[in-house]
Design a protein around this ligand. Structure first.
Ligand SMILES: [Zn+2]
Length: 648
């Protein structure tokens, strides 16, 4: 089937948009391709359509678990075979998905980059027939990027171990083609992505990052909360307000509510169900303003967001562009406002320091972790611990922000893996033997439905703790998810099942044994060099926020490697420039009129000395006199100036 028919049949669109077609044709003909598309440009079409036209599995690598699940659901709704593997699935579940993929039961296989290094995955992927690899959020592979993830470096290796399909039209030393997609990348990152993914030749398809309907504004203020209330009172419609700290999301939401603006808050530390509920409330416009950390927004597609306000500067313009870009996806006018105060410069520079604490401090954190987990020297390879960060900070007197900087460095150096927000599924096991199920009496109707669902969906429940999905049970039993949870708890209370609810506890994993902290090595590439780049990124943010003579949109586009041919005309700088030009021309016209009136009042001519005492600046006077003279409306006669009567 040709691409257009696939687009029509599966996705219901009659034509490709923007650069979609170019990307589809490029990857479809086996070329490594990097697609640069701003969020909302219809990225998923660019790999889903060509993959459906080809034989074999399309491997999709993305770090966003929530997004993976959404996309898989969307594909399944269209009758397309799609599966996902993410951390938190049991070994048996993973194996089942991989086997399906080997035997042709999966068209799209979504995996997180961490998965690529697992021996099971490597073994199975070699047996699969793969058409091409899609790498979403491809900027994560670059150490120049703002969101570098070391696990992305595994992708190039995966390319090499997959046997390419027989294809006589392609050169013999041919590897599986790769399609890299990102919504933002600087020119440096664009080069780096292609290099790190071992592109056989450079090939970038880009779409302009210009957002005509999004108006960028920077407001300098020392009272951000008051300014925010003012802004939200003057712009109508759905809004996102980004703040840096979790605590602030709560505080700002409260301030908005007390000013009569409907608001809720969101951050990674909230319970899953709470996050889900709040996101839905906002999505359905039951709440107008979402106050959130940057944990909110990825994979969320609400087209009619009218304003995105940043209470604090983000660490990079790429991040700012992404977050601000969630406004106005419907093409109607929207605003991206950055609130900036005098202390922001200092705060941003402090972030660099906390992200790269002194190496001695990092060594101490490493030692403290070992004591905390009671991990002996040369022990612990493959160990996994729940990490109660509050208690750790309390016991060893650490500041959370500085600590997380140290943990990040330890992780980049490969000594630990730190997952601050693991996708933790609830688990369940039957405590009574299967035969006794029939002897249970007094089960409520809901209890009965939930038990039936458990038995139908999962196997192994009688011998093992099994990961379950409450949403799936809810679907099956036609009950709301929160009711399912209550029922599971009550069954656990009656000792019919063991139930371990979903928990959001950070995890620390030791990929290698504990060593002497004095032997820890922090290579330049993961410390000094990254630090330099962070400083450079922060400086670009400061330049954007503090500039008052260059169009905001032009600055952003230049940063993303694009040449804006014209200024946007609507950002605060453009508006201010137009206003001051108007003021000048206005006062200029006024000055001419003042002179003409004065001479007319004096009967047609006026001594030069009196002209100079008119209420005009010397500059205004000079310019106005020069204009009148050059137009032939005024002559100098001796010590007087006189108007030239205009011809009737
Ligand atoms: Zn502008």
């Amino acid at each position: 089937m040709d691409y257009l028919s696939i687009l029509r049949q599966y996705f219901g669109f009659s034509a490709f948009r923007g650069i979609q077609k170019e990307i589809v044709e490029s990857i479809g003909s086996g070329h490594d391709t990097l697609g640069l598309m701003p969020t909302g440009g219809g990225k998923s079409i660019t790999f889903q359509v060509p993959a459906l036209a080809m034989e074999g599995v399309c491997l999709v690598i993305t770090p966003l678990i929530a997004l993976m699940k959404d996309q898989v659901q969307h594909l399944r709704d269209r009758g397309i075979l799609a599966s996902v593997i993410y951390s938190g699935m049991s070994h048996a579940e993973v194996l089942q998905v991989l086997d399906n993929a080997v035997y042709g039961g999966v068209k799209f296989l979504y995996v997180s980059p961490e998965r690529l290094s697992s021996p099971l995955f490597i073994a199975k992927v070699q047996q699969m027939r793969i058409c091409f690899i899609t790498v979403d959020e491809a900027h994560c592979i670059s150490q120049w990027g703002y969101d570098f993830r070391p696990s992305y470096l595994n992708i190039a290796e995966i390319r090499n171990i997959i046997e390419p399909q027989e294809n006589p039209s392609l050169p013999p030393k041919y590897t599986i083609p790769v399609l890299a997609l990102t919504a933002t990348a600087t020119p440096q990152v664009v080069d780096d992505i292609q290099e790190r993914l071992s592109f056989s030749e450079k090939r970038v398809v880009r779409m302009s990052f210009k957002r005509e309907n999004l108006i960028y504004v920077v407001r300098h203020t020392d009272n951000k909360e008051a300014e925010l209330v003012h802004i939200l009172n003057s712009v109508q419609g759905s809004a996102i307000v980004y703040t840096r700290s979790r605590q602030n999301t709560k505080d700002v939401a409260r301030i908005l509510s007390s000013n009569g603006i409907s608001a809720t808050f969101y951050h990674a530390g909230l319970d899953f169900a709470v996050k889900d509920q709040r996101q839905q409330d906002w999505q359905k416009d039951e709440v107008r303003v979402m106050v959130a950390t940057n944990a909110f927004g990825m994979g969320i597609d609400k087209p009619d967001v009218r304003i995105v306000v940043h209470m604090d500067c983000p660490d990079s313009l790429e991040a700012y562009f992404q977050e601000a870009g969630r406004g106005g996806r419907d093409g109607n006018r929207a605003y991206a406002v950055l609130l900036y105060s005098r202390s922001d410069r200092r705060n941003l520079l402090t972030h660099v320091q906390t992200a790269f604490p002194e190496k001695e401090y990092i060594r101490k954190v490493y030692d403290d972790l070992s004591y905390f987990f009671q991990l002996a020297l040369h022990d612990g390879e493959g160990a996994r611990y729940e990490f109660n960060i509050d208690r750790f900070c309390q016991v060893f007197k650490h500041f959370p922000t500085r600590l997380s900087g140290a943990l990040a460095v330890l992780q980049r150096a490969g000594y630990i893996e730190y997952d601050s927000d693991p996708e933790n599924h609830p688990r369940c096991q039957f405590l009574i033997p299967r035969d006794s199920l029939y002897q249970l009496h007094g089960l409520s109707e809901n209890e009965d439905s939930v038990m039936t669902a458990l038995l139908r969906i999962y196997c192994g429940l009688f011998s093992d703790l099994v990961y379950i999905e409450e949403a799936r049970i809810a679907d099956y039993s036609h009950l709301p998810v929160d009711v399912v949870r209550v029922v599971l708890k009550s069954l656990a209370g009656r000792r019919i099942i063991k139930y371990i609810p979903r928990r959001n506890v950070p995890i620390i994993y030791y990929p290698q044994q504990r060593i002497e902290s004095s032997h820890l090595v922090f290579p330049k590439a993961i410390y000094e060099e990254l630090q330099e780049r962070m400083v450079a990124r922060v400086n670009s943010v400061l330049e954007y926020a503090e500039s008052d003579d260059e169009c905001r949109s032009t600055i952003l586009l230049r940063y993303l490697g694009e040449n804006a041919e014209t200024d946007c005309g609507y950002c605060d700088v453009c508006v201010e420039r137009r206003r001051s030009e108007n003021t000048v021309s206005q006062s200029h016209e006024d000055a001419v009129q003042v002179i003409v009136d004065a001479i007319n009042d004096a009967g047609g001519s006026l001594p030069i000395a009196q002209i100079h005492s008119l209420p005009l600046t010397k500059h205004q006077l000079d310019v106005a006199l020069e204009q009148l003279r050059s137009e032939g409306r005024l002559v100098i006669k001796g010590s007087k100036v006189a108007l030239v009567p205009s011809n009737p």
